[in-house]
Write a protein that binds this ligand. Structure first.
Ligand code: FAD
Length: 402
């Protein structure tokens, strides 16, 4: 695929980063990724090498071993790895959501404990908000934490937490050292439940996971989680004592990076699909000229390229607003970028598979599995309909039906 001319939009450092990550991705390539999936393994080698080069922690603060950059840089890393056929889904959750939330809201102890490992890739953290009865409607989550009155009171005067509930579709819990769980606690004054984020270690007693059988060819698995009175120390709450009132803010801080990174994931995958289709269309000849000369093949690919470029522009805007500290402005742009990227990716993959004719469905060419993968960005972390709802209500001021 023609390299997007990003000279006007990206700094020299960002362009260098893009080129370096693209070169790394090319060394691994799609065959590495599909091989890992076929063997039921994980992309450990690529994860470790990308981490050692500083790419996975590029957004995290320098004082904790990160690169001191922002979401703009992290999105470049994910997009380029995806364009090379090696999308690292855990980047969306570990450095982007969890790293951001801890860097912005964690206590000094939490930052010291987690950020260096998240930055150098030696530790990973999953993120769990979705529940069986609260998918698109996160106001309905019922995972609840209460203080254990019987627990020994820590020095801070705060006892242990007991966290109970169920989560579903949570990615990478088996390979993550901990999962950042969105739960709720009761406000002592009003009795109302308010969101709170807890760091739950993978092997905590009462924390069980079962893999969900997904039709998705990816190294990261999705899990259903049960939290049965999981005992957590007071400092498992992000932000410590202050975290009880800052949960909503923390959540919003994590959701914008999640949407921006999902856009990067989708744009990378869409670019990879178009690339594969172009390679094929340039050479496959069944009449006088290669099939790419037929406008019925060329125009939809041109359209896919344009739509991916437009989505990328919106992603860059969202990342720039986020990195500038404008959480509100970034919210709208990040939703729009996620929407545009999800749609562009699904369309690009569909056209790529079609371009390859029968070979689009062979295992040898291996692009049919992208059809399922490309749907992820339409559904998660927020479905296209919920983004349309957000824009209808927040941007256009239309009334709500639900
Ligand atoms: C591969 C994968 C990985 C995931 N990883 C994670 C993860 O790591 N952590 C995590 O917390 N979650 C994760 N999720 C969950 C994901 O965020 C949810 O699937 C998503 O939020 C949608 O929720 P749901 O599946 O319950 O769909 P539902 O909420 O049941 O929605 C079903 C359909 O109804 C539509 N709909 C619902 N409400 C409305 C409305 N008001 N107006 C119009 N349409 C509506 C939706 O758009 C959708 O099309 C993952 C999902 C997938 C597929």
């Amino acid at each position: 695929m023609p390299q997007a001319n990003a000279a006007l939009l990206e700094t020299e450092e960002q362009r260098d980063l893009r080129a370096a990550v693209a070169a790394l991705g090319k060394r691994y390539g799609r065959e590495y990724f599909t091989g890992v999936v076929a063997e039921g393994k994980h992309t450990d080698e690529l994860w470790a090498e990308a981490a050692s080069l500083g790419y996975l922690g590029v957004n995290l603060p320098e004082e904790y071993g990160g690169g001191g950059g922002g979401m703009s840089e992290l999105a470049i890393v994910l997009e380029e790895l995806g364009a090379a056929g090696c999308p690292l889904l855990m980047m969306v959750v570990s450095p982007a959501i969890c790293g951001t939330v801890i860097a912005r809201f964690g206590t000094e102890e939490q930052k010291g404990e987690w950020l260096p490992g998240l930055a150098d890739g030696s530790r990973k953290m999953a993120f769990g908000i979705t529940e069986p009865d609260a998918g698109s409607n996160s106001h309905r989550i019922t995972t609840t934490a209460r203080r254990d009155p019987a627990s020994s009171v820590a020095e801070s005067g705060e006892g242990d937490w007991l966290l109970s509930g169920r989560k579903v579709f949570i990615s990478g819990v088996d390979i993550a050292d901990a999962t950042l769980i969105v739960g709720r606690t009761e406000d002592e004054r009003t009795g109302r439940l308010k969101p709170c984020l807890f760091i739950v270690p993978r092997d905590a007693a009462g924390f069980t996971r079962s893999p969900i059988d997904m039709e998705l060819a990816a190294p990261e698995k999705q899990f259903e989680l049960v939290l049965d009175d999981v005992r957590l120390p007071a400092d498992a709450l992000v932000g410590g004592g202050d975290g009880e009132d800052a949960g909503l803010l923390q959540l919003f801080a994590g959701l914008n990076p999640e949407r921006i990174m999902t856009a990067a994931f989708a744009i990378g995958m869409g670019r990879h699909a178009v690339d594969r289709a172009l390679d094929y269309a340039r050479t496959r000849t069944v009449w006088k000229e290669p099939i790419g000369s037929h406008q019925a093949i060329a125009h939809p690919l041109a359209q896919a390229h344009i739509e991916l470029e437009l989505a990328r522009l919106m992603m860059a805007k969202a990342a720039a607003l986020y990195d500038a500290g404008d959480d509100m402005g970034a919210g709208e742009a990040a939703n729009m970028a996620k929407y545009a990227a999800g749609e562009a990716c699904a369309k690009a993959v569909d056209q790529a598979v079609h371009t390859l004719g029968g070979n689009g469905l062979t295992r040898e060419y291996g692009i049919a599995s992208l059809i399922t993968a490309s749907r992820v960005a339409r559904i998660a972390p927020v479905s296209r309909e919920m983004v349309l709802n957000f824009v209808s209500h927040q941007t256009l001021g239309l009334p709500k039906s639900y």
